[in-house]
Ligand binder design. Structure first.
Ligand SMILES: *[C@@H]1O[C@H](CO)[C@@H](O)[C@H](O)[C@H]1NC(C)=O
Ligand SMILES: *[C@@H]1O[C@H](CO)[C@@H](O)[C@H](O)[C@H]1NC(C)=O
Ligand SMILES: *[C@@H]1O[C@H](CO)[C@@H](O)[C@H](O)[C@H]1NC(C)=O
Ligand SMILES: *[C@@H]1O[C@H](CO)[C@@H](O)[C@H](O)[C@H]1NC(C)=O
Ligand SMILES: *[C@@H]1O[C@H](CO)[C@@H](O)[C@H](O)[C@H]1NC(C)=O
Ligand SMILES: *[C@@H]1O[C@H](CO)[C@@H](O)[C@H](O)[C@H]1NC(C)=O
Length: 378
């Protein structure tokens, strides 16, 4: 996972290539004060993306970068790379300070294509699941402390019984201040202790949000050779489109907070103890939690309806439609009938007139009225 490290550096340099845009911070709190306060999740949330797709108003999830994000009713939310420069991704607008992320997903096939489900902080702490599109037997776990990529041995590869590209699996990250666990379905693959992360110094411990997405590490236009190689080789976009699918996401914030704020005085160590936590008990729910728990949009409401109700509504709508069609038809037929009658009457009148005219002419010609001088020529 060199890539994320490189991309973090690129992001700091503010010249990040789109394909590496998964990892970035808008405000590096280790270097400055005044970075924005973060809405806390402060609770549990379940997102059934197969039922609803990702809500598009951006209040809970915000789309980043180029590339398509869509909804497949049977499968879930789809992220698609169609061309060079695509790296579709969503970032949650809520943060958690220690917590749990469960993602039910299917990663994308494709040489050089990288799918990912990660937790990341604005201080560039990061806990990752990553999938190489060229490798259908292994999944990668990784982490970063404050974006530090200079020490190795952070990434691990794990064999999978079934392909991560063909089957949905549950990829879980469980993060406390004592340890980080990576779970694949019902098996714990890995546990990381703070002592293993530069003695706690590089142990992820600042408020994180959820980022789901994909990018083309094998896009030679946007990546250095080392990244292309790491990603499994050069991507041929003609083999695309490349799609990853997320069916469900469950998140749990282990702190019942309304919001998290960075310390007033810069803490270059990025310690969790310096994070200012406003509790939910004190200040109520964060706006983003309110948005999550409020009755959702039309598509969600529709999706949330039981099948019977849907059938009822469809039947009802069809019924109404039928009535309208009938009304229009009736009205038109009536009008047409009326029209036809009028037309017939008019025609009859015309015919009558024509007949009369003819009669008149005949009579004229026959000199009935004493005109034309002829005699009984009829
Ligand atoms: C802080 O900024 C300096 C340059 O302004 C940069 O070299 C350093 O990497 C930054 N530190 C962090 C932790 O981002
Ligand atoms: C969140 O879910 C966990 C596990 O299901 C449960 O133990 C906990 O009580 C829940 N928390 C809230 C705030 O509902
Ligand atoms: C969505 O996926 C969940 C499992 O993740 C499943 O229980 C549920 O039935 C699915 N819903 C739909 C509408 O497919
Ligand atoms: C997948 O990754 C594992 C672990 O690095 C490696 O042993 C295996 O050869 C890879 N498979 C392919 C097809 O690249
Ligand atoms: C990054 O890791 C190296 C070890 O490779 C360590 O010497 C250095 O202090 C770390 N930097 C930060 C900012 O934690
Ligand atoms: C995902 O796996 C974890 C660990 O086995 C489990 O606790 C959790 O219930 C699973 N989540 C879903 C949505 O199935």
């Amino acid at each position: 996972m060199k890539s994320f490290a490189l991309s973090a550096i690129a992001a700091l340099a503010a010249v990040l290539p789109v394909s590496q845009a998964q990892t970035f911070t808008a405000c590096q709190p280790l270097n400055r004060t005044g970075c924005p306060t973060m809405d806390a999740l402060g609770a549990n949330a379940t997102f059934l993306f197969n039922k609803t797709g990702i809500p598009t108003n951006g209040k809970v999830w915000q789309k980043q970068n180029n590339g398509k994000i869509d909804w497949d009713e049977k499968g879930g939310t789809t992220f698609t790379i169609e061309r060079s420069g695509d790296s579709p991704m969503v970032a949650s607008q809520f943060y958690m300070l220690f917590g749990r992320l469960e993602v039910i997903m299917k990663s994308s096939k494709g040489k050089g294509i990288v799918s990912s489900a990660i937790l990341q902080s604005e201080a560039l702490d990061e806990i990752d699941w990553e999938f190489l599109g060229s490798n259908n037997t292994h999944v990668l776990s990784n982490y970063y402390g404050k974006g530090n990529s200079t020490y190795g041995n952070r990434g691990r590869e794990y064999p999978m019984e079934k392909s991560p590209h063909d089957d949905f699996h549950n990829y879980t990250i469980d993060w406390t201040k004592e340890r980080i666990q990576w779970w694949l379905d019902d098996k714990m693959l890995r546990e990381l202790l703070p002592t293993e992360a530069l003695n706690g110094k590089n142990y992820p411990q600042t408020p994180m949000n959820v980022r789901l997405g994909m990018w083309a590490g094998g896009d030679t236009k946007h990546n250095k050779p080392g990244v292309v190689e790491w990603a499994g080789g050069e991507t041929n976009f003609d083999d695309g489109p490349f799609t990853m699918m997320v069916r469900e996401v469950r998140v749990q914030d282990y702190t019942a907070a309304k919001e998290y704020a960075w310390p007033d005085v810069i803490d270059p160590t990025g310690s969790w103890e310096k994070i200012k936590v406003t509790s939910m008990a004190e200040a109520g729910q964060s706006p983003v939690l309110k948005e999550i728990t409020k009755p959702s949009g039309v598509r969600n409401r529709w999706a949330a309806l039981p099948q019977g109700a849907k059938i009822g509504i469809i039947a009802g709508s069809l019924g109404l439609f039928a009535v309208i069609v009938l009304l229009i038809a009736f009205c038109c037929i009536k009008q047409r009938r009326a029209g036809r009658k009028e037309h017939a009457a008019l025609l009859a009148a015309e015919q009558k007139e024509a007949a009369e005219l003819q009669e008149y002419k005949v009579q004229m010609q026959s000199g009935k009225f004493g005109y034309g001088g002829g005699y009984n020529r009829v």
